[in-house]
Design a protein. Structure first.
Length: 345
């Protein structure tokens, strides 16, 4: 470690424990054995590790709670993300204060104000549409999950204590396009996540780019941006597409719940999936494998995203300068099933 300042991750690696355990030992909260403490203390001594005392001082009048703000807790992706965060933060001796915004900017702002009043030790915001920094003290660590690039730049330009985690949403759009085109589709429809959502925007852009690379174009008349991303919205969006005068033989629905609604609408109109219209969803929630037919989808990893977000948050709380400004991208993968594979049917 000569010439390089040790980080809390170095201490964790040397002691053979998690970052959360190192945080508990340093802050003397939560549970850990005497043997574990001795290993952590030995690693701290070996690397001459010194937590950021300024950050530690600023934390002393805060509660041992982490705020978590999500847009839709009923969505399996976000509930799984919360479970992952809870496990890691509980291990480190922190409780969670969870807010659900229902994709409402006003509720998002109210959640931020409540968390500021609670003097939480940090805030994790998933798919934010409102800048949480406007409500918090600038020293409060924030992790933004799937935030718009401009939100990331703004946070860093203001010198915020902030880090970022995101799914590889550009790869998501490319994988969906490749699957549909490789299966013989030539006229593709897209049912987006909600309008102006940064995640949906990135998926749509990469989907359209891959179509162009393969000599196809995305007809704007075949793009639907519903107000929500549930089953009913997927059904209604598909009915709108079918009522139009532009035929299509493939669909990319940017959530699995949208896709399940699409499957039902296509079936109600006497169309066969994938022979008439192939369908690809996104997320790989539990019901995707039980669709009629089973749904091809792009799998995200909310458990890993929660782990990465918690690790970054704990590192910033510990005053680790290297954690601030980091952006970790979590890979996605295609899960092929019968809804897009004509050979499967």
């Amino acid at each position: 470690m000569a010439g390089k300042r040790a980080t809390v991750r170095d201490i964790a690696r040397e002691a053979g424990v998690s970052v959360a355990t190192v945080s508990r030992v340093i802050n003397q909260n939560g549970r850990f054995s005497k043997a574990t403490e001795q290993r952590v203390r030995a690693a701290i001594k070996k690397f001459d590790y010194r937590p950021n005392q300024m950050a530690k001082g600023l934390r002393q009048d805060r509660t041992s709670a982490i705020g978590v703000v999500v847009p839709n807790i009923s969505n399996e992706f976000f509930s799984t993300l919360i479970l992952s965060l809870q496990e890691r933060f509980f291990e480190a001796g922190y409780s969670l204060s969870i807010y659900n915004t229902n994709h409402c900017a006003q509720m998002e702002r109210a959640s931020h104000a409540q968390l500021a009043a609670q003097r939480v030790s940090g805030v994790v915001c998933s798919n934010p549409t409102v800048d949480v920094r406007g409500a918090l003290d600038s020293s409060v660590p924030v992790v933004l999950i799937d935030a718009a690039p401009e939100s990331q730049r703004a946070a860093l330009e203001r010198g915020s204590v902030c880090a970022f985690v995101c799914s590889d949403n550009r790869e998501s759009g490319r994988l969906a396009a490749d699957e549909l085109i490789s299966g013989g589709c030539r006229s593709l429809a897209l049912v987006s996540a909600t309008r102006h959502d940064p995640v949906g925007t990135r998926r749509t852009e990469s989907f359209e780019t891959e179509l162009g690379r393969r000599g196809l174009a995305l007809d704007p008349r075949l793009v639907i941006c519903p107000k929500a991303t549930g089953f009913d919205e997927g059904y209604a969006a598909t009915e709108r597409l079918l009522a139009g005068d532009i035929p299509f033989d493939g669909m990319f629905c940017q959530t699995d719940r949208l896709a399940m609604g699409a499957l039902e609408a296509l079936r109600d109109h006497g169309l066969h999936v994938p022979e008439d219209v192939a369908v690809v969803g996104h997320d790989d929630i539990l019901i995707a494998r039980f669709g009629r037919p089973p749904l091809t989808t792009v799998r995200q990893n909310p458990l890993l995203m929660g782990e990465r977000a918690a690790s970054l948050m704990l590192a910033m709380i510990a005053g680790e300068e290297g954690a601030c400004g980091l952006c970790e991208t979590v890979p996605v993968e295609l899960v092929p099933r019968a809804s897009s594979r004509r050979s499967c049917c």
